[in-house]
Design a protein. Sequence first.
Length: 133
Amino acid sequence: MAVNDRVDVHVTKNGPLWLASLEGVAGGMSARSLKELHGDIAEGLPFLFSDREVPPAPVFHYTLPGVTEADLAAFAELQRRAAAIADDYTRTARARISQLHALGLSDADIGELLGLTKQRIQQIRTGAARQSA
């Protein structure tokens, strides 16, 4: 992404309000929630950068006491990795449970083999059946 395709947005919290200033743009924005602020910025970018065919993508920088950008980035990376592991776990559990069920094993026996409860096996099998339907 080229430098011109993005705009740095500096965000702070002041009392009940989230405040944002966009680099190179006079003034700022405020909102009561971070979600609202993000939405307002997304809606405002086409107007603030109407001279461009495509408005720049916001790159958020948060300044909060005791929390660094590195802290937030590290957590975001950990969350991405956890989601990937969860997806892999779900796919593998469905495949293994399906395989064992096809061998005629009961949900209780499958649960015992995999270290899960019979109810969890039933939930996974029901979810897998819905996904393939």
